[in-house]
Design a protein around this ligand. Structure first.
Ligand code: FAD
Ligand code: UDP
Length: 400
């Protein structure tokens, strides 16, 4: 049955923001969450003269983008998993560069499968190595499309169909099937094609994981960048402070980047997430020679190993800090990472979204507040736009 795989793919969850226009003076605003969403919205509203309080349940700022230096080796660690900045949005790129120097960084991912190391995303090197050939681009294209791909699949709906249609069974089974089962906890025939469409197949030797015009890594880490965003006289940050809905009464408006279902005490049920466990280990030297090594086979229990020092190639460190990454179903006490958005959650999600849209004083933002996977650049774009909507609605005069 097709319905089983169809995750709910409607794009933007439009949580309408109804702003009280009665008082045009300085507003007393609360941001729940000191991640990119709360920081960027808070900064823009603070610059417009509003008083901004930010609370975060964690003991650090920057949310899931948080980076910190390892005490022993000095390596900058991406605490909640690898984060690479990539965007086509010039305004967003200019915005992040206002608060941090971005160093050139291209994400070049490798994968281990069948006792060999291959290059990702699937490119001419991957294809030639895997099939033990020396094909030119046009030969490889003809080989994949005529001898590997299942061209009888006209309009791939599932992850598996997408893979069979564009790379064929052999590459699918080596690189995607096992990894995806580990990552998502279900068979690729139950997942939508859209997940795999994020990855290109290239018939040249370009192994850059992303297409975007601007790519880079913040010189002193994301947390330092977010600290710069939060550095404003109208912003006060309280860490290790959980939001309680009763606090809403104390503010003119609340921007909430916590879990949408969490705001309502999960009273309609819990929206599904995958969580990650990281097994940290150190190494004296260079452990794997690259930042990210994926593991395509299902019998290797982790999806990938991240060696953090390779995210800062302009730095030099003797020691190394690595994370083995394990994906599993998110329990009540776990950190939610990837929204699953399965079809059977659609009604529950819509009910939460409806309630959220009816809130007068609360705007739901960010990856948790809108229950969507958002890259950092999209998060920042939406945060800037959300602040603009609020400012237009309140007709606040920007202050110098
Ligand atoms: P978050 O960063 O989750 O911040 C929300 C904050 O709210 C958290 O700090 C939380 O503690 C706080 N909070 C929640 N509820 C409450 C409450 N009730 N009271 C107080 N505080 C609360 N994007 C990229 O562009 N490139 C990448 O390479 C990339 N890699 C990623 C890898 C992984 C494993 C994951 C999961 C995401 C990745 N992302 C990447 C996406 C990136 O993490 C998000 O775009 C970004 O974190 C979204 O910011 P946010 O502020 O919306 O949410
Ligand atoms: N994927 C895979 N093998 C890999 C890398 C990715 O099967 O080596 C699949 C996996 O299902 C993943 C999807 O392709 O969720 C999209 O890849 P991406 O790198 O965008 O994953 P994410 O950033 O979501 O972890």
């Amino acid at each position: 049955m097709r319905g089983a795989f169809a995750r709910w793919t409607a794009g933007h969850v439009n949580l309408k923001n109804r702003v009280d226009r009665s008082n045009m003076a300085q507003k007393n605003l609360l941001m729940v969450g000191a991640g990119l969403s709360g920081a960027v919205i808070g900064r823009k509203l603070a610059e417009a003269g509003h008083k901004v309080t930010i609370v975060d349940a964690r003991d650090h700022i920057a949310g899931n983008c948080h980076t910190e230096r390892d005490a022993d080796s000095g390596v900058m660690v991406h605490v909640y998993g690898p984060h690479i900045f990539h965007t086509d949005d010039t305004e967003v790129w200019d915005y992040v560069n206002r608060f941090q120097t971005f160093m050139p960084y291209k994400n070049r991912v490798k994968t281990t499968s069948g006792g060999q190391v291959f290059s990702l995303p699937v490119n001419l090197h991957t294809i030639n190595q895997f099939f033990n050939k020396t094909m030119r681009p046009d030969e490889a294209h003809a080989f994949i499309t005529q001898e590997q791909a299942d061209t009888s699949i006209e309009d791939p709906q599932t992850f598996e169909e997408q893979a069979m249609r564009f790379v064929g069974k052999d590459l699918y089974e080596a690189f995607f099937k096992g990894y995806t089962m580990k990552q998502w906890g279900c068979h690729p025939s139950e997942l939508p094609a859209s997940i795999l469409k994020r990855l290109p197949v290239r018939f040249n030797y370009d192994d850059n994981y992303f297409f975007h015009k601007y790519q880079g890594m913040p010189e002193n880490g994301y947390t330092d960048m977010v600290a710069g965003i939060l550095e404003h006289e109208n912003i006060t940050v309280h860490l290790s402070t959980s939001f309680d809905r009763s606090q809403t009464a104390d503010y003119d408006h609340v921007f909430y980047s916590g879990q949408l279902d969490g705001y309502y005490g999960y009273d309609l049920g819990r929206l599904g997430y995958r969580t990650l466990d990281f097994e940290r280990f150190t190494y004296d030297g260079d452990y794997q020679g690259c930042a990210v090594m994926n593991y395509g086979e299902v019998d290797v229990p982790y999806t990938r190993i991240t060696e953090h020092k390779h995210f800062s190639p302009w730095e030099s460190h003797e020691g190394s800090v690595c994370y083995k990454e394990f994906s599993r179903e998110c329990g009540a006490e776990d950190i939610p990472y990837y929204p699953i958005r399965l079809m059977d959650e659609k009604d529950m999600l819509q009910d939460y979204v409806k309630r959220a849209g009816a809130e007068q004083k609360v705007t739901f933002v960010g990856r948790l507040g809108t229950y969507r996977y958002l890259d950092m650049d999209v998060t920042i774009r939406e945060a800037l736009d959300t602040a603009d909507v609020f400012l237009n609605a309140t007709e606040a005069d920007p202050m110098p």
